[in-house]
Ligand binder design. Structure first.
Ligand code: A2P
Length: 295
């Protein structure tokens, strides 16, 4: 079973995608092929993950027709600007080995250089119009970034991919997305960012939460499956990452049970209001070779 979410432009996107953030390039093809064999039909990559080539190779090795697979990837900030972003598409498409990308999104806003963000988004609009991409979107946009983007954009983003798990549920962003008809997509949907170097080390993983464990036990499911199901039932897309074959399959085995309204409310109630990952407004542009303009 491969449930889909309808994007606002009529493109169907499989609700559970396979994430490859921090999947080593040499392991990516195998992981992607394993995921496709387990039933996933949506892969989420990014140029900044340096593993788009492995994604393309995994798709080809699976033998599954390209047209059955939804490929999502992201433009990194160093490629923001109109011409630069058109070129970024060419680079990603070549690495993936495809002519068309199903969903191309801006990896994050560049708050101190929002003009560059607008130009990059303008390039996405061009490529949507001429068919190089089937849908366009953004990532790590907060409501004020969406407002700023829509001052000049003509196409509403189809997707906003943000950090989202029960310890950080982002109600304001979800509300802003839903008001505009944007599908919210969860990164670190099972709170796995706590496992990544440099992130959330002072905090326990939501996979170890007692409330999640109790719900999991009552359904005969694992904590990860409960969390992914919670996203789906709340109308979101989720893109769990794993390189372990049994966990890859486990994370897709979420279509044979249902959480009750009380269980969903209990999971919503775990929100701490604290993100584990980086704040989109607090990134240092110097890391991208840019200076912050003087106020
Ligand atoms: P691994 O690749 O070894 O399975 P997220 O997608 O929320 O960021 O989570 C990804 C992290 O969670 C990775 O470290 C991944 O490790 C781990 N992970 C993925 N699936 C599961 C699962 N079903 N149970 C426990 N840990 C998981």
């Amino acid at each position: 079973m491969n449930k889909t979410l309808m994007l606002h432009n009529g493109v169907a996107m499989p609700v559970v995608g396979f994430g490859v953030f921090q999947t080593p390039p040499e392991e990516t093809a195998t992981a992607v092929k394993t995921a496709l064999e387990a039933g996933y039909r949506h892969i989420d990559s990014a140029s900044s993950y340096f593993n788009e080539q492995g994604v393309g190779e995994g798709i080809r090795r699976s033998g599954i027709d390209r047209s059955e697979i939804f490929i999502e990837t992201k433009v990194w900030v160093s490629d923001y600007g109109y011409g630069e972003t058109l070129h970024a598409f060419e680079k990603s498409a070549a690495k993936l080995g495809v002519d068309q990308i199903d969903l191309l999104i801006l990896h994050q806003p560049m708050p101190q250089h929002f003009d560059k963000t607008r130009e990059a988004y303008g390039a996405l609009e061009t490529m949507l119009a001429d068919g190089r991409v089937r849908a366009i979107g953004v990532s790590n946009f907060m409501p004020h970034h969406l407002d700023a983007l829509m001052e000049t954009a003509t196409v509403v983003p189809a997707v906003n991919q943000i950090e989202l798990h029960p310890y950080f549920t982002q109600p304001a962003v979800r509300e802003a997305d839903s008001q505009r008809g944007i599908v919210t997509q969860a990164w670190s949907p099972i709170g796995g960012i706590t496992f990544y170097p440099g992130f959330g080390k002072d905090r326990k993983s939501v996979l170890e939460d007692e409330t999640v464990a109790a719900i999991a036990e009552s359904h005969g499911k694992t904590p990860a499956q409960i969390l992914i199901r919670w996203h789906i039932q709340e109308g979101r897309s989720a893109i769990p990452k794993s390189t372990n074959p049994s966990r890859i399959a486990e994370n897709f085995d979420v279509f044979d049970f249902e959480l009750s309204a009380d269980e969903i409310a209990a999971l919503d109630g775990l929100d701490t209001g604290r993100r584990l990952g980086p704040d989109p407004d607090e990134r240092d542009p110097s890391q991208w070779g840019l200076e912050i303009p003087e106020a």
